[in-house]
Design a protein around this ligand. Structure first.
Ligand code: UDX
Length: 451
């Protein structure tokens, strides 16, 4: 394998993971970010994000001399050993959802503006961020360089297992209208031995949306099925186990929940809808996937209302509720598009008084004190304190620690013994033994909650 000189612009989840992992594959990597303070922290080995193994990998690769951090893309160009030029430039800058669900490409544009003209002939520019179909072509136009190829190499890593996903991918996708450049990018990953799909740029760009929207659809389907289970007296756990044995369906990604969230699925479903709209294609299946997810949040609020007041139209005014888990899923401190926070906002609108607890915010970052509130939800130091005087405890994120909490202690803290487990992770029998009433999603014998 040839070690390449790789420049990574953007040190967010994708950029930092890409930089550290490519360094661990033997490449010489320079990571650039415009945030000076963040670069300072990274140089000291401080990683802001909660990502298993990432801080260790950054430290290991930095001391091995294969990973360096600089401020600004321009500085990265001059940061390789012996002043040699970068061979590959990875764009890992944010592509937030702008007006009307279209990805906002200003960060990509500004990197091109800053370093486009300085790149050595033969450099390959790689887009790793999820971008609308046609961005590789647009990047090439912005570059105005016939001697620099543009490649799309979407990243499929999940938060909470980013390093593991990067180094053990299901597949590598590389798309370009320049096959030689695509093959050079694919070769960076050769040591991983993963199946590699070499394709054109538009197909690679669409593949990322196709995957994430399929996953969102799978979850909306499961959440709808859980609701149907409640109405017909079936059990979602048994149903998903049964269908999951069908290899065409698979067991993964079949857990019902408060709705899908995070930095990718909501953004990508809206963006693909926008792509479809502009191609004059009415993607009803995708629209229904999104609508089902929006409705899921309201459905959780309806469940709380019924469980606490005994009525579908009961009032939640001044009802104290404990919210366990605020991140969009377990294993991360990411709050972006978190269903827990969306549900908290709906509950607050209904007049409820909220207290939250999330294990990701027990300690402050980089020596600072932990936050005292998140998005207007005051934080307690532990689950029992959050549950103090609550009329219901909601489990909103599937942190494993919630399974093993001492629920009998929680039972003595609450005002009323109701636990609404929106992730179906706590054993209902354990809750019952502690004297608590369990309400999950789509579980046999727990009754229905009509919308
Ligand atoms: C996702 C894709 O999985 C990843 O391939 C892509 O690169 C980025 O987007 P991520 O956003 O980290 O990754 O989260 P993921 O683990 O996929 O979960 C997405 C949402 O679905 C979360 O809100 C999660 O709680 C929810 N989910 C997931 C469920 O409700 N049930 C499940 O069975 C799985």
């Amino acid at each position: 394998m040839f070690a390449r000189r790789v420049m990574v612009v953007g040190t967010g989840y994708v950029g930092l993971t890409t930089g550290a992992c490519l360094a661990s594959l033997g490449h010489e990597v320079v990571c650039a970010d415009i945030d000076e303070a963040k670069v300072g922290r990274l140089r000291r080995g401080v990683v802001d994000i909660v990502e298993p193994g990432l801080a260790e990998l950054v430290a290991e690769q930095t001391s091995a001399g294969r990973l360096t951090f600089v401020v600004g893309a321009g500085a990265a160009l001059a940061a390789f050993e012996d002043g040699r030029p970068a061979e590959v430039l990875f764009l890992c800058v944010p592509t937030p959802m702008g007006a009307g669900g279209v990805a906002d490409l200003r960060a990509v544009e500004s990197v091109i503006e800053e370093v486009g003209a300085e790149l050595a002939a033969g450099t390959v520019v790689v887009n790793k961020s999820t971008v609308p179909v046609g961005t590789a072509a647009r990047t090439a136009e912005l570059l105005e360089r016939t001697d620099v190829a543009v490649v799309s190499n979407p990243e499929f890593l999940r938060e909470g297992s980013a390093v593991k996903d990067f180094l053990g991918p299901d597949r590598i996708v590389v798309g370009s209208d320049n096959q030689d450049a695509a093959e050079r990018v694919a070769a960076l990953y050769a040591r991983l031995g993963a199946p590699t799909v070499l394709t054109d740029a538009a197909s690679a760009e669409l593949m990322k949306y196709a995957a994430n929207c399929f996953l969102a659809m799978k979850l909306s389907y499961v959440n709808a099925m859980a609701e149907l289970c409640e109405r017909v007296g079936a059990d979602i756990g048994d149903v998903t186990e049964g269908i999951g044995y069908d290899r065409r369906i698979g067991q993964a990604f079949l857990s019902p929940g408060p709705g899908w969230g995070g930095s990718c699925l909501p953004k990508d479903t809206h963006a693909l809808l926008q792509v479809a709209d502009s191609a004059d294609f009415e993607f009803r299946l995708l629209r229904a996937t999104i609508d089902t997810n929006t409705r899921q949040r309201q459905r959780i609020v309806d469940k709380v209302r019924l469980a606490v007041t005994g009525k579908r139209t009961g009032s939640l005014s001044r009802v104290r509720l404990a919210l366990l888990g605020l991140t969009f899923k377990a294993g991360t401190d990411d709050l972006r598009d978190s269903p827990a926070l969306a549900i908290a906002a709906l509950l607050r609108q209904a007049g409820a008084e909220l207290v939250g607890f999330d294990p990701a915010f027990v300690e402050g970052k980089d020596g600072a004190a932990p936050p005292t509130e998140i998005d207007g939800v005051p934080l307690a130091a532990d689950a029992v304190s959050a549950a103090q005087g609550a009329e219901a405890v909601l489990v909103l994120t599937e942190w494993p620690m919630f399974r093993t909490l001492d629920w009998s202690v929680i039972a003595t803290a609450v005002k009323r013994p109701i636990v609404i487990d929106t992730r179906n992770i706590v054993d209902p029998a354990t809750l019952r033994r502690a004297g608590l009433t369990a309400v999950g999603l789509g579980r046999r014998g727990e009754g229905d909650v009509a919308a």
